[in-house]
Design a protein around this ligand. Structure first.
Ligand SMILES: [Zn+2]
Length: 71
């Protein structure tokens, strides 16, 4: 997508600059401290933990799937 590195699944879905912008948009909307993990499974586990701390958590569980669908 960005043609700066090989298109591994972790790069495309987590670390590509274009994908990173999408993640930052959503993360800026909620009050969590977030460090992007290296692998998708780690992101899903961290996102699930972060979502449980939100008062309005409905819908936030689906953010990773929405980002990946968009990509
Ligand atoms: Zn890329």
């Amino acid at each position: 997508m960005c043609q700066s590195t090989s298109e591994s699944i972790n790069h495309l879905m987590l670390h590509c600059p274009i994908t990173d912008m999408l993640w930052k948009i959503f993360i800026s909307l909620i009050d969590i401290v977030w460090t992007m993990a290296r692998k998708i499974i780690e992101v899903l586990l961290s996102w699930e933990k972060a979502s449980t701390r939100l008062t309005q958590k409905d819908g936030w569980r689906f953010v990773p799937a929405c980002i990946w669908w968009t990509i």
